[in-house]
Design a protein around this ligand. Structure first.
Ligand code: SAH
Ligand code: SF4
Ligand code: F3S
Length: 477
């Protein structure tokens, strides 16, 4: 099966998941009853990686005797898995903590813990600032949580914010929270070595490390056997995935990993996020083109359309390089869906430089974009070196211009799909009406259509009849 991929020789791809893992594959249905009778509640903020980490945390706590509850008022342990990417992400968590004060009034023994990137960034300062907190635990210390809970139970504040160079939690079987039973995330690496000047992630997540390729394939296979039809491989920069087999010293790169996961089953769709413009290779694009079940969709954050700003951001590519990568995508994966991230009002950005972001968007015509105004993060290179000198109202005005343009492009890209027929993986009943189902096409666009006797996990063909800037609407054919 991997004959055209000589470097994969010697990898034991059929090794069962149990050899990597302790613990059974758990469904939420058996989650509420536990030996100790104690229950935890978890809330996640930030990126998909944080949501994926919460599933690891849930698994660790379950193994140590905690049941899960979706109602924080009945929890003995309340956890917030936090994000530090922008100031407003942290403010949201601080406001949530204020709301949780009521918990301690009603249930004085309940413990409150902060996990994730904000915990890692602020460390013990948090215990001073937020008196409500009993536990502070960083993203590489989740195995220590049961012990931290024990310490907090004895009335002491408990902290572990040690970062690791090895931890990938590859032997832990994530407990799929809020699962639709159809799509799941698989974390393939942790941390980031890129040091973009605006970004706090290298400080909150530590050094980049890739997870055992065989454990990733085993996790995908196990999900497929349990009825899942789509996996999204997650990392801050998936294109720099690189794992060396400890015995054979065979090295697996991202393109090879994609092929290995795609080979699990033709009915298992494979997605990935996030790609970095400096690292995405033609080999990855050719692998996408070769496999029908690798979705034709790439999230390729540009951040700015101006080369001077990209240099200040330490993105290590310029406008021409980025546009060259877009050309390669259009050439090798012609019908590829494309989305991006944009930051407006980065340090010293001029009006002309902002215009270059708009003109790049005109050239690329993204299907979708996540757009932000620059938020200075303490400790980052930009915070230390460049004044945050674009007035707030200018940042917001530029952001609004970008949002307006993107909304136009999203609507246009969706209009262009009218009349086309797409293979859709059904995820759930539509929010609009219980007679409608919805799911995504290959390009990651949400498609809504009337359906009878169709179930989550089914593949259907839908002809698009109308569209908004956010959704395609159609009928089954
Ligand atoms: N690893 C991904 C990005 C992860 S963070 C990549 O390199 O593309 C997600 C997005 O948040 C970034 O792409 C960026 O657009 C935005 N972001 C990060 N730091 C920010 C900051 N300080 N202010 C505003 N937006 C920021
Ligand atoms: Fe942050 Fe850059 Fe790493 Fe993305 S690649 S997580 S933006 S440092
Ligand atoms: Fe936020 Fe941490 Fe993700 S800062 S975006 S939760 S890696």
């Amino acid at each position: 099966m991997y004959d055209n991929n000589p470097t994969l020789e010697g990898l034991e791809l059929n090794k069962p998941l149990e050899e990597f893992r302790q613990g059974e594959a758990l469904g939420l249905e058996n989650m509420e009853q536990t030996a100790t009778g104690k229950k935890f509640y978890i809330e996640s903020y930030g990126c998909q990686m944080n949501f994926s980490d919460s599933e690891i945390v849930a698994s660790i706590l379950f193994e140590s005797g905690f049941g899960l509850t979706k109602n924080f008022e009945e929890a003995d342990l309340i956890l917030l898995n936090t994000c530090a990417i922008r100031d407003n992400a942290e403010q949201r968590v601080r406001n949530r903590l204020k709301e949780l004060k009521i918990v301690k009034k009603n249930k004085p023994d309940a413990l409150i813990g902060m996990l994730g990137c904000m915990a890692e960034r602020l460390k013990t300062d948090l215990l001073e600032e937020e008196k409500l907190l009993d536990i502070v635990c960083g993203p590489d210390a989740y195995r220590d949580l049961p012990k931290l809970v024990g310490t907090a139970d004895e009335g002491q504040k408990a902290v572990n914010v040690l970062l690791s160079r090895e931890e990938t939690y590859s032997d832990i079987n994530p407990l799929r929270l809020d699962s639709n039973g159809v799509t799941a995330f698989i974390s393939i690496m942790r941390g980031c070595d890129n040091m973009c000047s605006f970004c706090v992630v290298p400080f909150t997540r530590g050094r980049e490390r890739s997870r055992n390729a065989m454990s990733i394939v085993a996790e995908a296979r196990e999900l497929f056997e349990r009825g899942y039809k789509e996996v999204t491989l997650l990392g801050q920069n998936v294109d720099s995935y690189k794992w060396e087999h400890p015995e054979t010293t065979t090295v697996t790169n991202f393109a090879q990993l994609l092929a290995m996961v795609a080979d699990v089953a033709p009915e298992l769709r494979v997605r990935f996020s996030t790609s970095h413009p400096k690292d995405i290779t033609d080999e990855v694009l050719y692998t996408m083109a070769k496999y029908d079940n690798i979705c034709n969709y790439i999230h390729l954050p540009v951040q700015s359309g101006n080369s001077r700003i990209l240099d200040l951001m330490n993105r290590t590519y310029d406008r021409a390089w980025y546009l060259n990568r877009i050309d390669a995508i259009r050439r090798i994966v012609p019908d590829c869906g494309l989305s991006t991230d944009v930051i407006t009002g980065f340090c010293s950005e001029t009006e002309e430089e902002h215009q270059e972001t708009l003109s790049l968007m005109e050239l690329v015509q993204y299907d979708m974009a996540y757009m932000f105004f620059y938020s200075e993060r303490p400790g980052t290179l930009a915070a230390r070196k460049y004044p945050d000198d674009i007035p707030h109202d200018v940042k917001i005005r530029r952001l609004n211009e970008i949002i307006t343009l993107q909304t136009k492009h999203s609507a246009k890209r969706n209009q262009d799909d009218i009349g086309k027929t797409f293979k859709v993986l059904v995820e759930k009943t539509s929010k609009r009406s219980d007679k409608d189902m919805c799911g995504r096409n290959d390009q990651n666009k949400m498609v809504v259509f009337p359906a009878e006797n169709i179930h989550p996990g089914d593949y259907v063909h839908v002809k698009i009849t109308s569209a908004t800037s956010a959704t395609l609407i159609g009928v089954m054919v």
